[in-house]
Design a protein around this ligand. Structure first.
Ligand code: UT7
Length: 330
């Protein structure tokens, strides 16, 4: 028996109002606009208001995606939120969103995977829909990295921004829409990107607070090397799984961590740079949210045509890598 297909039927996004520019960062840490732009391609990023939390961003993006899909919130069977910055350790952000949306028929869970989380969540939603376990799944990526960086560490605090993106996955024709996924993990390299303390191994105490080991720590250069090597590999694997080549790709929508990584991946994959979307200048790295934010911008800018093939690629904490291949059917 052939499984039914799955497709994107709604998209939405939300970024907080406040914008933090490179010039603003020059007043906070020992950095320059020139260093940040030349090393990353970033100019500004959005930062949440003091009274906001991740679920507020997730809710706004989720509402927009459900409205775009033209379905009722009660049509949702499942809500998955990809985030490493939940409002609190538990309950999950997805539970808070489900309650506030009044999506009374939906189950809800979070998925914790850093920047790769959205593709993992999209693959999970696809499996639910193609198997018939769910008809409509709301997938949200929502992150407030500004709440977990060390604002005295110039090597990390300049890189990240806050934001959320969401999609609704619904049934579609077999072989169309969400076509293939590759979900990879290399747990032996977890140490390059983590919040080392403040969890069950080292609960938060005065020393943890003093040394700020409950904030994000990253060996940027190691992550850079793993990303430049791994992104083309996972991209090739997912294209092969979908039976496509680089010539078939209309848009590369890659994790927006650094313009140099996007350029290197485009070159290695032989995809023209103008077909690899880049908005890192405006948003910085919003972790799991970068890909749905970029897809929503492409959609709202009218750049997507029915039948376009989108290649999604991401890397992040874990160390994790993921690729997705979808045909635009809206
Ligand atoms: O989403 C996944 C999460 N992470 C990433 O994607 C990050 C991947 N890595 C990167 O994007 C890059 O490695 C960075 C942008 C983080 C850094 O670029 P880099 O070219 O790898 O620089 P580096 O870490 O090798 O540092 C070069 C220099 C160092 O100075 P010295 O030791 O050469 O004197 C740093 O101290 O740049 C210095 N530096 C800064 N200078 C001004 C580091 N951060 C800054 C800063 N402003 N903000």
């Amino acid at each position: 028996m052939e499984l039914r297909g799955a497709q994107l039927i709604g998209l939405g996004s939300y970024v907080p109002e406040r914008i933090l520019t490179n010039a603003d960062l020059e007043k906070i840490v020992d950095t320059t606009d020139e260093w940040i732009y030349s090393h990353t391609g970033m100019k500004e990023r959005h930062i949440i208001a003091p009274d906001q939390a991740t679920s507020d961003l997730a809710l706004a993006a989720g509402r927009a995606a459900v409205a775009d899909a033209g379905i009722a919130v009660t049509d949702l069977d499942l809500i998955i939120v990809a985030t490493v910055t939940p409002d609190m350790p538990f309950p999950s952000v997805s539970s808070l969103v489900q309650g506030q949306l009044e999506a009374t028929n939906a189950g809800a869970f979070d998925l914790n995977l850093g920047c790769t989380g959205f593709i993992y969540a999209l693959a999970t939603a696809t499996a639910y829909v193609t198997s018939g376990m769910a008809d409509h799944v709301l997938v949200i990526a929502a992150e407030t990295l500004s709440r977990i960086v060390d604002w005295e560490d110039r090597a990390t605090c300049v890189l990240f921004g806050d934001g959320a993106g969401a999609v609704v996955v619904g049934p579609g024709e077999p072989g169309k829409g969400l076509k293939a996924f590759e979900l990879w993990s290399d747990g032996s390299n977890w140490q390059y990107l983590s919040i080392p303390k403040g969890g069950s191994r080292y609960p938060c105490d005065e020393q943890v607070l003093r040394e700020k080991s409950n904030t994000m720590k990253m060996e940027g250069h190691e992550v850079f090397k793993l990303a430049v090597r791994g992104c083309p590999e996972v991209a090739e694997a997912v294209m092969k799984k979908a039976g496509l080549t680089h010539d078939d790709i209309d848009w590369g929508v890659f994790h927006q961590a650094n313009r140099r990584i996007l350029e290197a991946a485009a070159k290695r994959l032989d995809i023209p740079e103008e077909r690899v979307y880049c908005d890192v200048e405006r948003y910085g790295n919003t972790s799991a949210s970068t890909i749905p934010l970029a897809m929503d911008d492409l959609y709202k800018e009218g750049k997507l045509k029915t039948g376009d093939n989108l290649l999604l690629v991401s890397f992040g904490a874990g160390f994790s890598l993921a690729g997705g291949l979808l045909e635009w059917t809206k």
